[in-house]
Write a protein that binds this ligand. Sequence first.
Ligand code: PA5
Length: 480
Amino acid sequence: MTKEKKTTGLAGGLTFQYENLFGEGRLTEAMMAELRPAMDAAAASMRRILETGFAKAHLSKDGTPEHVYFPRQAYLREGNPNEEASLSRLEAMGEAWRHHVDVAVFLGIGGSYLGDKVLFDLSTKPYWNQLPVSAREGRPQIYFAGNNVDGEATQGLLDMLTYQAREAGRPLRVMLVPISKSGTTMEPLSVFSAVLVYLRQHADLFRIDVTAVTGLDKDESLLYRLACENGWPALAIPEGIGGRYCILSNPGLLMGAVLGYDIRALLDGAREMVERCLSAAADDNPALLNAACKYLAAEKLGADVEVFMGYGDRLRSLGDWYVQLLSESLGKRQDREGRTVYYGRTPVVATGTTDMHSMTQQHQDGKRNKVIQFLEVTRPAVALPVANPFPQEPALDMYAGKEMDRLLKAALAANETALTGDHRCSARYILPSLEARYAGQLLMFLMLSVAYEGELADVDAFDQPGVEAYKKIMKADLAR
Ligand code: PA5
């Protein structure tokens, strides 16, 4: 941690720049110093979680003790969420689907959807589904369903598949991938059922396969029972991996494997981050430092909104994933001692530069209750220059000859400078590129940051009791 620049991270990898969280009207070194004992305790708790899977006071929704194994996803080891055998199986599946599956429909919601969407966006080029199969190197088109119960959206998917099958003049090879840890969630289960029935009714148009991803417990998971009864392959959502923390195990890695993403490098990056983030010394622990800054901003400055603003379209789904991670992990009525605390802050996803033309006005002039968290990727996947086809219009010369990424970065820097000029809180994550290793670093960094903040605030970052209230009401209604 350099005092002046306030930058930390992994050498050659993810960087966390946080100097703009400090200064007039923002955090102080004294606030940080006051938090040191709690940070020491948080680091000790995280080491215990990694070593034993034990997190203070964490119980499953049926009230029994439940392990927390999310950091172990980074370590390929027997008994861990990922083993050499499970990874090889995923890679073999990815290869087997290549040239043999035209369309894969992933059906999940919450943690069983959001991580897959991130890995889809990281693995593919834009307009993936519209590209010819040669440009996709035989990999399937990917669609998402069951992340809502929307009849119109589901019918639209079925209509589109039907048109495709008719145009192909041969049965469309469709792989359905229902994903649900509990195996009973309304949205994926009901949409999966509707889709399966339709495809079976049109057997002349479709050849259907199913791969289920769920908890492998027949008593608990209806989806697993169906997989066993129907002879569908089933991948485990392992014990100790909650939905919003599962992106680096089977539910997320399957997407990567199917699209030829380097899932081993993804885990390498995640492991580098775990190992960097176990120290009690904040200077050596970027995730703990991030958590401490956000916690202090909330407690001392009233920053109850965090805007996650990635510059570039491919980062949008990462923001959506982070929204769930932050909301479900930290939005808690009670702390782990049973005291009413109403902890948490509201996450907001923004995309740069798009939302500079909608939200930035609020960020710059609205309530001083926000941290704007920027995400920048240093090396773009594509270097596309802008030209001026209208030499008679010199106003366009300003952009001509510059790569689009140069404009993107100018916008980010300007946004940050404007906020800082008004003593507003912002910070920046910087990734060298969106290669799998750096993506793994970032994903694990964010999961660790949220888990660390749970320790600092003394709330259980691994349960979500608040969602039971509406579920009870809805189930009673649907049972009538
Ligand atoms: O983080 C969580 O646990 C939830 O958001 C779940 O992922 C979501 O409710 C879906 O649950 P399931 O995977 O059991 O269908």
